[in-house]
Ligand binder design. Structure first.
Ligand code: SF4
Ligand code: MG
Length: 319
């Protein structure tokens, strides 16, 4: 396999005494869509911000095209911004309310001098790519529907000609049919422009549809990662299984026994000892409260952090 376009190694994000992301490693390859899944507060958005250069990593390294950019120095930030762009969770909030769509697109195009021949023409072309007509150039963000605002935000992100887009809940709050349009658009752009996506979502139906691989997060750590089709069919981590078992669309016949998690999500300020999931895990054993399981490869190419991976998953490799 070719070298990853993005490689986060042992990344941590801390805010004071809160460790939001703790020892996370992610590889993203060209043309790939990697899903990042977990409950709100598990650290997904912190990873998105760190990878996009909006928040510094507290520890670990971030390689983009093989170059280490974790130090966050000025030249690195520019290098990063030319390659990685964040599509914000709330598109309307990310668009300045006093600028027209035309100005919102022309401004970054001018700054980057990417389409210096005809900025306005380039803005129109970008809008067309988004399925929006020229008449949108004179509109303000508040005059757009949720789906249109997302398309404009996506067009603005594309003005940087990034190789990687970090999409934070790109379909949240949209009607199901508009969601489908947005996902089709993202996929078409990926294939045409050779983009890679880090696709952050808590919507398992969407993740199952669009991602090649997936990483499941719990309290700031990855607990299971691998090909989406493998994980969704046959989860090895009890938390992955619990997430999937609560979703009727993924498992319409309820072939899986439904797992109702005990208790609340613990505070990341004071994570549980041993396996962070042990107080809520239906198959926890005494060792789970004292010894933290490491993310270890299984023989089908995925990795799981559990002392007792479910029998549905393959055996953990030894050595
Ligand atoms: Fe459950 Fe133990 Fe596995 Fe953690 S390590 S998920 S508590 S079985
Ligand atoms: Mg979030």
């Amino acid at each position: 396999m070719t070298a990853p376009v993005l490689s986060l190694n042992n990344g941590a994000v801390r805010y004071g005494d809160l460790t939001a992301v703790d020892g996370v490693s992610i590889d993203l390859h060209a043309g790939e869509t990697l899903g990042l899944v977990g409950e709100s507060g598990c650290g997904k958005s912190s990873i998105a911000r760190a990878i996009s250069g909006l928040a510094p990593l507290s520890a670990g390294s971030l390689l983009i095209d093989g170059q280490d950019v974790a130090a966050g120095i000025r030249a690195d930030r520019r290098f990063l911004a030319d390659r990685v762009q964040l599509l914000f969770q709330d598109p309307v909030a990310s668009l300045s309310p006093r600028q027209t769509v035309g100005a919102l697109l022309a401004e970054p195009l001018k700054i980057r001098k990417i389409f210096n021949a005809d900025t306005w023409g380039a803005a129109v072309a970008l809008l067309r790519d988004m399925g929006l007509g020229e008449q949108f150039l004179s509109r303000y963000p508040h005059q757009l529907s949720g789906g249109q605002a997302r398309r404009v935000a996506l067009a603005r992100v594309l003005t940087a000609k990034p190789r990687i887009i970090v999409a934070d809940e790109p379909t949240a709050g949209l009607d199901v049919s508009i969601q489908g349009d947005m996902l089709n658009l993202l996929r078409a752009l990926r294939d045409r422009l050779g983009l890679s996506y880090l696709f952050i979502s808590h919507n398992l139906n969407v993740v199952g549809r669009v991602t090649d691989r997936v990483a499941i997060m719990y309290l700031g750590q990855i607990v299971e990662t691998g090909r989406t089709s493998v994980l969704f069919r046959n989860p090895a981590h009890p938390y992955t299984k619990a997430l999937l078992s609560s979703n009727l669309t993924i498992d319409p016949q309820r072939r899986r026994e439904r797992i109702i998690l005990k208790g609340e999500l613990p505070s990341p300020r004071n994570p549980p000892s041993g396996c962070r999931f042990h107080q809520r895990c239906p198959v926890a054993q005494p060792i789970c409260a004292v010894q933290q399981p490491r993310l270890a490869p299984l023989d089908d190419g995925r990795a799981v952090a559990c002392h007792f991976p479910l029998s549905g998953g393959s055996q953990a490799m030894t050595g």
